[in-house]
Design a protein around this ligand. Structure first.
Ligand code: NOJ
Length: 503
């Protein structure tokens, strides 16, 4: 009873104080019409929710865990986080997995996507120390999920590089390829008897772009057009080696699947013309950069190779800023994915920038495009996030056509606000994007999973706790950090139960 009264008070506080949020915005459409024959998701289609270690675990220095680059960064640069917060404790999932499990059970999800903190299980980044307590924690999580018929889906790397490795170069040091392969093999050996879905990397473009080009995420390197390209290259090779290692040593008895997660947007021409060339160029720079080598040719897309080679020459360099993939590596990379995991949030308008914009060098400059948003689109609390569900349908069709209809898992999709329990905008967003997935399936796309970001409100990187993506709210000021369902949680469960998108 006490808990219910508390939940009620909490709901009132949240509803009242945020009632005006985005009211003008909510008048803008966030919907998508049904297309195609089936109104139900296929029988074997799975619904889930996602989180990541740094964003939910807390316990940043407990039980033998070493710091990750996000621990060091938030401690040293509180001024860079909107509310000067850290993930030191966050929603305390390291100590409160039972509360998370209750959320997952109440949602009735088929699977749970979470990430493993590299520095919690291998505090030295290499395999010299295997931290028993960290391993026990993930064993507990996996076992309890399976006991409750919830499939575990694991991300190996969700931005949180061990600080010890970051100190000697992180993803600009090519030894990361060996380190990552050893880490991945350790994960297969330790948890692979129960994990059937492995995602090597989360959002490489964000990690490399913000970390090594813009310098707005750790390790705060400002080296556009060079640092981010090296990061992407080492990450691609790390992924491919981790994939090969699974196939060679573990697949025969573990029978799981390994893929990578990429965060594409779709692009629409600003001039309204129908030629696909510009849209294609934008998608190659966004999605094809890594998906092309893995799911298609074993090499970077030719438009990217050409642009960067030409600009590098003009800049007086003897070699292209884009690393070369030789034939040995090409064989390792080509085909190194059983599925493509897609984090889709939003889309953009695109136009050719004449002259090219951005710093010289930079990806913006090399790509010769500029992107923008439409203020007719409904915007979330996050300034980059607009509701464009058609973009998800279109990106899925583009993948179908370019990559031989590879299996696609939507591994993230979500909406941010102030955290109110009454969240009709999240329901609109969810409904419209589920519709996009169903339309794409009806049009022959091989999509098998949908994952909502996130199970509960958590630490949103540089935005701290000021932008909330959860289906559940967490009372951050109470000792027990209770989780409370938002209205969107019940909506999502109704879809999972009925396998239909209810109006
Ligand atoms: C993608 C990232 O994977 C996740 O960590 C983040 O919280 C969401 N986008 C929302 O920004």
């Amino acid at each position: 009873m006490k808990a219910q009264i508390f939940a009620f008070l909490w709901a009132c506080i949240l509803c009242g104080s945020f009632a005006d949020f985005n009211s003008e915005n909510s008048a803008k459409p966030c919907e998508l019409a049904h297309k195609g024959e089936n109104i139900e998701f296929p029988k074997d289609f799975s619904f889930g929710v996602a989180t990541s270690a740094y964003q939910i675990e807390g316990a940043w220095n407990e039980d033998g865990k070493a710091p990750s680059m996000w621990d060091t960064y938030t401690h040293e640069h509180p001024e860079r986080i909107s509310d000067h917060s850290t993930g030191d404790d966050t929603v305390e999932s390291y100590h409160r997995f039972d509360q998370d499990l209750a959320v997952l059970k109440e949602l009735k999800v088929n699977f749970y996507r979470f990430s493993i903190s590299w520095s919690r299980v291998l505090p030295n980044a290499d395999t010299s120390v295997k931290n028993r307590k960290g391993i026990d924690y993930y064993n507990m999580v996996i076992d309890k999920l399976l006991q409750n018929n919830i499939k575990p889906m694991v991300t190996m790397f969700h931005y949180d590089m061990p600080e010890s490795f970051n100190e000697f170069g992180g993803f600009t040091n090519s030894s990361v390829i060996d380190y990552f392969e050893a880490y991945a093999s350790f994960l297969y050996e330790t948890f692979g008897d129960r994990i059937k879905w492995w995602i090597t990397f989360n959002d490489p473009y964000v990690f490399c772009g913000m970390g090594y080009a813009e310098g707005t995420f750790p390790p705060l390197v400002h080296s556009p057009g060079v640092g981010d390209y090296i990061c992407m290259d080492n990450l691609l090779r790390s992924h491919a080696r981790a994939y090969r290692s699974y196939k060679e040593k573990y697949y025969s008895y573990q029978r799981g699947k390994v893929g990578i997660n990429i965060n594409p947007a779709f692009f629409y021409r600003k001039d309204g013309q129908t030629s696909d060339e510009l849209v294609d160029r934008a998608l190659q720079y966004q999605l094809g950069w890594l998906a092309g080598p893995i799911y298609n040719t074993g090499n970077y897309p030719s438009v990217i190779i050409q642009d960067i080679a030409e600009n590098s020459k003009i800049e007086g360099l003897s070699e292209s800023r884009l690393p070369v993939i030789n034939s040995t590596w090409s064989d390792i990379i080509k085909g190194s994915g059983d599925f493509l995991a897609v984090n889709y949030y939003t889309s953009h308008y695109v136009e050719i920038a004449t002259p090219p914009e951005g710093e010289v060098p930079s990806k913006e400059y090399d790509s010769k495009i500029k992107v923008s948003m439409d203020d007719k689109w409904r915007r979330a609390k996050s300034e980059w996030l607009y509701c464009v569900p058609q973009g998800l349908e279109d990106v899925l069709k583009w993948i179908r056509d370019k990559y031989n209809n590879v299996e696609v898992l939507i591994t993230e999709n979500g909406w941010s606000d102030d955290g109110q329990l009454d969240d009709p905008q999240r329901i609109d967003y969810l409904r419209a994007h589920l519709q996009a997935v169903l339309n794409a399936i009806n049009d022959g796309c091989n999509v098998t999973h949908y994952t909502h970001w996130s199970a509960m409100d958590n630490f949103e990187w540089n935005k701290g706790y000021t932008e909330k993506f959860g289906l559940y709210s967490v009372n951050m000021t109470s000792e027990n950090k209770e989780r409370f369902p938002k209205k969107s949680a019940a909506f999502y469960t109704s879809v999972i139960d009925s396998r239909r998108i209810l109006r």
